[in-house]
Write a protein of this length. Structure first.
Length: 67
């Protein structure tokens, strides 16, 4: 699990915070890493944040299932 706070930068190239990524996942009801990439461009330049973005997505999908 990631240790990012909402205002922490996850993708430094795109200047995306955890909150930015979570908002897109929730608003667009995204379910895959590729969808998150398409909507945000996160993890498309150097890829160093890919695991973090995937962890945020997994956390959101789990939260969605729970309620």
């Amino acid at each position: 699990m990631n240790d990012f706070e909402d205002n922490d930068i996850v993708c430094r190239h795109m200047q995306l915070t955890k909150a930015d990524i979570v908002k897109v996942i929730r608003d667009k009801k995204l379910t895959t890493f590729e969808q998150v990439q398409d909507e945000t461009d996160a993890a498309t330049i150097c890829g160093s944040c890919a695991a973090d973005v995937e962890a945020i997505l997994e956390e959101e999908l789990k939260n969605r299932e729970e309620g």
